[in-house]
Write a protein that binds this ligand. Sequence first.
Ligand SMILES: [Zn+2]
Length: 345
Amino acid sequence: MARAPFELAGVRVAPGARAQIDVPVAKLYTHAPLHIPVEVIHGRQSGPVLLVCGAIHGDEINGVEIVRRLLRSSAVRGLRGTLIAVPIVNVFGFVQHSRYLPDRRDLNRCFPGSEAGSLGSRVAALFREQIVDLATHIIDLHTGAIHRTNLPQIRAQLAPGGETEAMAMAFGVPVILNAELREGSLRHYAQGNGVPVLTYEAGEALRFDEWAIAPGVRGVRRVMRSIGMLSSDRRRATPPAAEVANGSSWARAPIDGILRPKVRLGARVGKGELLGVVADPFGNVEGEVLANADGIVIGMSNLPLANEGEALFHVARFDAIEEAESAIETFQSDYESLPEGLNLK
Ligand SMILES: [Zn+2]
């Protein structure tokens, strides 16, 4: 029996075809209609339905470029199953260079949403009904918030031996955070429905970080191979090592002032180690930012201006810290040939 077409927002995509679909999401109060842009690649053979989406936070644009490269790559042409690629979910925020929706809501706290709710709630409900609920697997692409950067990392709720864990390991970035699910997030909603979902966090908002984009594209393709959407390539059968963190915490500014960081992203630090110094502009008063645990710096502020208590360095803890350190060294050497490489440690 011939494989059925794939239907999204009333558009039918035949097996072996691809289509760009503008899903109507709302009208601006100027009367201009607004759409979520979607590309569907419907394979000739049956398989998983993978949703890859970016910019749920409108200013997190590395994921937009990851989706573009994925769609242009020859690998996806002969895929099994169906790829739903959504480069920009929060179209409002993307236009405004903002994480949020115009009503200042965080779309990633609005799921499952409601058709009768506020703007955020309606956009979440529409995205969920028209797109998310079609997926059997999800990869949600994020970056650090504005002025914050993240070491490429996967966040997922891991159950040993589960499909989410297999996807997380397959992605092949050095750090996996077994992160708790936040109420209202896409991840919370999907995982609650038994759909395995990864969040890829890498780089900084409003930037194109090549060291975050290139491994993101490779990671999505590796996951597609691991769930049977792409043929396995023997040479690349084993993904690079990844280490699961057993927790993380932020080291915060001890006083108001100007930060001079002493470590870089990816650095291994010991408990009590100096991460940075915060000082007033004259240097009269200085406060030390110290690591509160042994671990790896997986996120940090790129803005040297800090108020007391502000989160500056995100340190992940590991049972196997040596393995985590060597996974990061391998990652670093894999990408050091990039024109703008990840300058770790
Ligand atoms: Zn985000």
